[in-house]
Design a protein around this ligand. Structure first.
Ligand SMILES: [Zn+2]
Ligand SMILES: [Zn+2]
Length: 166
């Protein structure tokens, strides 16, 4: 069941049920969406705006910012969005949510990558104490020491101390 703009207009001021499934493909360096994205709630047409009050559920997979392992995040959150007709575009901020007066349906598709990104941690960790990869040989240090001499790349605070002492 799509979000039908004509029907919303006829029901001016009344909440209409939204129950949508989307498939989202994000740029790979951002995240991967596993399965579909479920959007459920209500849409209301008021004056010239369409208001969406929805609950969004999705599963996102990112890479750990230290060791690159998969970080799976089940997401479940609420959004309260106002869509305005596209022809008012000049007056709106660039980030605004719009719908086209020529279209019969309102789609969340163009906005889902941004919405999901907004609730994800930009620097996810597979676990709070992830040891990351060895900068010398690339071994995942969560699985044990590689034996590399990493002292040269060590703590910059120690480096400053060393310079002060010499
Ligand atoms: Zn990690
Ligand atoms: Zn190493």
């Amino acid at each position: 069941m799509a979000i039908n703009i004509k029907k919303l207009r006829e029901m001016e001021g009344k909440a209409v049920v939204v129950d949508e499934l989307y498939h989202v493909t994000a740029p790979e360096q951002l995240f991967i969406v596993r399965g579909s994205v479920l959007v459920q709630g209500y849409a209301t047409h008021r004056q010239r705006s369409i208001f969406l009050d929805v609950r969004i559920r999705a599963t996102a997979v990112q890479q750990c910012s230290r060791c690159l392992a998969d970080v799976v995040s089940p997401l479940d959150w609420e959004e309260h969005l106002e869509f305005q007709p596209e022809e008012d575009g000049d007056l709106l901020e660039r980030e605004a949510f719009t719908y086209s007066l020529e279209e019969t349906e309102l789609s969340l598709q163009p906005y889902l990558v941004g919405l999901i990104e907004s609730v994800l941690d930009p620097k996810p960790l597979c676990k709070p104490d992830c040891k990351g990869l060895c900068p010398v040989c690339g071994q995942d240090l969560n699985y044990g020491e590689c034996g590399c001499d990493r002292r040269r790349e060590g703590d910059p605070r120690l480096q400053i101390l060393k310079e002060l002492l010499t």
